[in-house]
Design a protein around this ligand. Structure first.
Ligand SMILES: [Cu+2]
Length: 128
C-alpha cells in the first residue's frame, strides 16, 4: 500500500479532506454571512434630491463619502446640475422634466450643486 504523496500546494489544505460535508457547508455559510455583513456595512447609499419650483427641495444634505445624490426633476422647467470644486467637477447636460441625474461624491468635503439655467438654485452637500 502506498501513501499518497501530497504536493507542497496540497499540504496546507489537506486537513479539509478530514472534515465532514456538514462542517464544510457550515464553514462556507459562515464565510458568506460575514462577507454579506461587511458589504452591508460599507454599502454606499443613494439620496433623492427633488428639484421643484426652480429650487432644490432641501438647502443642505449630509452624506457619506461614496454616496450618490439622485436629482429628480419634478418641476415644470428643465434643469441642469453642476459641481465645481478642486476634488469634484461635474456638469450635466440639460435635464428634462421627469429625468433623474445622479452624481456620486467619492471624497469627503463641502460641495455646492448648482444649476446653470437657474443661478439661484443651490444645494450645499456635506460629505463626511
Ligand atoms: Cu434649474
Amino acid at each position: 500500500m502506498t501513501a499518497k504523496v501530497l504536493s507542497p500546494f496540497e499540504r496546507p489544505l489537506s486537513w479539509l479532506g478530514r472534515l465532514s460535508t456538514r462542517a464544510l457547508l457550515f464553514g462556507a455559510c459562515c464565510l458568506i454571512t460575514i462577507e454579506a455583513l461587511c458589504l452591508i456595512a460599507v454599502a454606499a447609499e443613494s439620496h433623492k434630491i427633488v428639484q421643484q419650483g426652480r429650487a432644490f427641495k432641501v438647502a443642505t444634505v449630509s452624506i457619506a463619502a461614496g454616496d450618490t445624490l439622485d436629482f429628480s426633476n419634478e418641476d415644470e422647467f428643465i434643469h441642469q446640475v453642476y459641481v465645481q470644486s478642486p476634488t469634484l467637477n461635474y456638469d450635466s447636460p440639460e435635464q428634462s422634466i421627469g429625468q433623474v441625474i445622479s452624481i456620486k461624491f467619492p471624497t469627503a468635503g463641502n460641495f455646492e450643486v448648482r444649476c446653470h439655467i437657474h443661478p439661484k438654485m443651490l444645494l450645499k452637500v456635506d460629505v463626511k
